[in-house]
Design a protein around this ligand. Structure first.
Ligand code: C5P
Length: 408
């Protein structure tokens, strides 16, 4: 039994290089039990052929608004109706603009204007086109219309540039289709307007001497994605980040630190906040001071490395008597008994919500792009989310924070 058994997806393929991934998306959706009917824009046909889409979908693909055979056979209104959800992948800047403006010059845009079904878009475009105010304005309009959005991801693009704009991976899009069809929060526009969100992200580096340090494998991807999603949902966001190689999320104030003690100081300086999300992988211990100079190799063998406890930033903030953010969220990265440990942690740290994830080596979560999380409340309630992209986890979490957090 697939999670999409019996569901009918109308897949609108837009004209971008990511269209090749949409062929794979057809397969992934069908593997999950969905039937897929494709509409290709003219641009899409420069990258993939209707024949390839039809072969993978197992039914003919549609391309023309005024196709006499088509109109007699199915017609654009029927196309817009005979499905359970419409997915636009890749959704180019031009497609977004047409959708936001209600323009309908071709079959794809006509279907999108005529449909009353849930719509999920997977944007894919050049970084600068994505960041352009016009695109962001169109996106805000579409979210306001109830259109669900998956991605884009941050990474290397076809033009050898790096940044947000890569289409979400086929499995992430298929996960989002499931979420949309399950009527999740994602379909609505979560709003954090007027609220200040504080996020910690990345590892900390704890110096051994001026050139060496202790660190961990955290990439900061999840924390940065949360900061980006919160900013996209209208929050004022302060991101306190350890050393990472990620670009700053757009519209976010980033405070860069190296050590746990610096992170605590930056967090305290950034208060007050309405919501604090502690996603950083803070080093629990730091080396006791071994002096200001580089330790030399000598005849006495390796120096003793004595560790001392770092401040627990989450517990310190969650237990403040004054100025505690009304909603404090912690993360629990565990390799065994994930849920049991997370439940114990929520009590020990005094936070309101724990996002628990399994980071054992075989999951590939540490440094990877996907995450499997459980959400655990103070009263012990548990939600388990399907495995999805870190960006998608971030958007869902932000939607929950918008519900749970204080009113502006
Ligand atoms: O105790 P543990 O490291 O498993 O707890 C994880 C949670 O606590 C995360 O939310 C992390 O950001 C936070 N934490 C912290 N300061 C520390 C250690 C962990 O804020 N020194």
């Amino acid at each position: 039994m697939g999670a999409l058994d019996g569901k009918r997806v109308l897949l609108v393929i837009g004209g971008g290089i990511a269209a090749y991934k949409s062929l794979d998306l057809i397969r992934r959706l069908r593997e999950r039990g969905a039937s897929v009917r494709c509409v290709l824009t003219k641009g899409a046909q420069e990258f993939v052929t209707p024949l390839a889409a039809a072969a993978l979908a197992g039914q003919r693909a549609h391309t023309d608004l005024f196709d006499r055979a088509d109109e007699a056979d199915i017609g654009h209104i029927k196309l817009a109706r005979d499905a359970d959800a419409v997915v636009v992948a890749p959704a180019t800047a031009n497609t977004l603009a047409r959708m936001a403006g209600g323009h309908a010059p071709d079959l794809a845009s006509t279907v999108l204007l005529a449909t009353t079904l849930p719509i999920l878009i997977a944007p894919a475009m050049n970084v600068r086109m994505w960041l352009h105010p016009a695109t962001q304005r169109n996106l805000a309009l579409l979210r306001g219309d109830g259109v669900a959005v998956v991605g884009p991801n941050v990474g290397r693009m076809a033009e050898a540039e790096t940044g947000p704009g890569r289409m979400a991976e086929p499995d992430e899009i298929a996960d989002a289709v499931e979420a949309v069809l399950a009527g999740s929060q994602e379909a609505g526009p979560p709003s954090l307007a007027g609220r200040h969100l504080l996020v910690t992200s990345g590892p900390t580096h704890e110096p051994i001497d001026p050139v060496r340090y202790l660190a961990n494998r955290s990439s900061g991807k999840q924390g940065h994605a949360i900061a980006a999603a919160a900013a996209a949902a209208g929050a004022r966001v302060t991101l306190v980040s350890g050393p990472v190689t990620l670009p700053d999320p757009p519209g976010v104030t980033v405070l860069r630190i190296e050590t746990a003690r610096e992170m605590l100081a930056a967090v305290e300086a950034a208060l007050p906040a309405d919501i604090a999300v502690f996603a950083a992988a803070v080093a629990d211990w730091r080396p006791e001071s071994l002096g200001d100079q580089k330790i030399k190799k000598g005849p006495d063998g390796p120096p003793p490395l004595r560790l001392t406890e770092n401040p627990d930033i989450l517990a310190t903030i969650a237990r403040r008597s004054d100025g505690r953010p009304p909603l404090v969220v912690g993360f629990a990265a565990e390799t065994t008994d994930v849920i049991a440990h997370a439940r114990a942690k929520i009590a020990r740290k005094g936070c309101d919500l724990i996002v628990a994830n399994d980071v054992s080596a075989e999951t590939g979560v540490m440094g990877g792009d996907r995450n499997s999380v459980h959400l655990i409340g103070r009263d012990g309630t548990l939600e388990t989310w399907p495995t999805m992209g870190k960006d998608e986890v971030a958007r869902r979490l932000v939607a929950r924070l918008a519900e749970l957090g204080p009113s502006p």
